[in-house]
Design a protein around this ligand. Structure first.
Ligand SMILES: C[S@@+](CC[C@H](N)C(=O)[O-])C[C@H]1O[C@@H](n2cnc3c(N)ncnc32)[C@H](O)[C@@H]1O
Ligand code: SF4
Length: 384
């Protein structure tokens, strides 16, 4: 059996400031022991290399937090270490998430020199008032300058925007999108603002200080975004991700296609095929606790969990999930597996099924949690 390709995620958990909407594993610290962090991340990589030997690495992704705060030497050391452990694919994708603050943009050339070949910039908005509302540490001019530098140093770059913001009008979002399209390379990530529990926005929303658009308006924002991006040649390949055909993020595709990936660093998780079957790996989240004891928790994945996870990840993608893969995993055909839920969801316009694939429609992707709940309920109670 040929072993599946491998993607590698490396987490840098530090940020300049904590954004009020963000529930990622990101923390503000006055001092960071950069040498200690480099050694710990390299050691984690060495340890996990033993879990997944003899693979070809297709992607490395530095995520965060704010990996553009990493010393470029640390980035270079980690890329070098990956190459020492595994052969890499000819088109190896090496992505780094960057914030557009000018101090970090000055390092873009050094990151490119270190081996990064794709930059993902957290622009979040091109509107100064929205950047302020989102509590960002950069302004519009810094964002524009960082995009120009990204274009100068990286053949592939993407940037993130957050929309469906309180008080935002559809018209102003369309204008912002058009400006974004004029600045874009071949990939854009467009996220609808969500209020995550435990964040400052959650507290403010509970006090009635943040008035989020209702579901109908949110749906209109989503549709307008899908239509505009598709018309501009950037179809959605995932709920929030748009690319020119062929420019999709290889790394994120590995997650959504439920392929193998290692998670290096605090809070990072992985899915790895081993000689004993597929396992889930997990690291503790708190940076200092991880640094003191970077113990990797490894749990076997049952066939039922694997099927559920594959569907949950795969239905985010426009391409959906190969029918043959679902049937091989479940040991029965999809009609028997999903029972009456399947024709109901297909007739309702939320799913499509053909010889090759089961895919969510744009409507379905917009309400993915309910669509998946309906499908998965059938799996756990199969008709006798
Ligand atoms: C790991 S984060 C960030 C990368 C980088 N630290 C930054 O902020 O520029 C990935 C992206 O998730 C999006 N995001 C984070 N929290 C969100 C929320 N509550 N609602 C919508 N999008 C969110 C932002 O667009 C962000 O750029
Ligand atoms: S959005 Fe990015 S910069 Fe802001 S706290 Fe989260 S990870 Fe850090």
């Amino acid at each position: 059996m040929s072993l599946p390709p491998l993607a590698i995620y490396i987490h840098w958990p530090f940020c300049r400031s904590k954004c009020p909407y963000c529930d990622f594993n990101s923390h503000v610290r006055e001092r960071i022991d950069e040498g200690g962090w480099t050694r710990a991340l390299v050691a984690d990589l060495d340890h996990q290399a033993a879990l997944a030997p003899e693979r070809q690495v297709v992607s490395i992704f530095f995520g965060g937090g704010t990996p553009s705060l990493m010393p470029p030497e640390t980035v270079a050391a980690l890329i070098g270490r990956v190459k020492a452990h595994w052969p890499v694919a000819p088109g190896l994708e090496v992505t780094l998430e960057a914030n557009p603050n000018s101090a970090e943009a000055e390092r873009f050339a050094a990151f490119a020199e270190a081996g990064v070949n794709r930059l993902s910039l957290g622009v979040q908005s091109l509107d100064p008032a929205a950047l302020k509302f989102l509590g960002r540490a950069h302004g519009r001019d810094e964002a524009l300058a960082a995009i120009a530098l990204a274009r100068a140093h990286f053949r592939r770059y993407s940037f993130d925007l957050i929309y469906t913001r309180p008080g935002q009008s559809l018209g102003s979002w369309r204008e912002e999108l058009d400006e974004a399209l004029a600045l874009a390379g071949s990939h854009l990530s467009l996220y609808q603002l969500t209020i995550e529990s435990g964040t400052q926005f959650a507290t403010r929303a509970a006090r009635g200080e943040i008035d989020m658009p209702d579901d109908d308006l949110a749906a209109q924002f989503f549709e307008a975004t899908q239509d505009r991006l598709a018309a501009a040649g950037f179809p959605a390949y995932e709920i929030s991700n748009h690319a020119r055909p062929g420019a999709e993020c290889r790394h994120n595709l590995a997650y959504w296609r439920y392929e193998d990936y290692l998670g290096i660093g605090p809070g990072a998780h992985g899915r790895v095929t081993t000689a004993e079957g597929r396992v889930a790996t997990r690291h503790r989240r708190a940076p200092e606790a991880w640094l003191a004891a970077p113990v990797l928790e490894t749990t076997p994945i049952s066939p039922e969990t694997a099927l559920e996870e594959m569907l949950m990840m795969g239905q985010r993608l426009a391409e959906g999930v190969p029918r043959g893969r679902i049937e091989a995993m479940a040991g029965r055909d999809v009609e028997a597996l999903f029972g009456p839920a399947l024709p109901r969801l297909v007739e309702g316009g939320f799913l499509t099924l053909d010889e090759e694939r089961l895919s969510a429609t744009s409507e379905g992707r917009q309400r993915l949690n309910s669509v998946l709940a309906a499908l998965l309920a059938e799996i756990t109670s199969p008709a006798s």
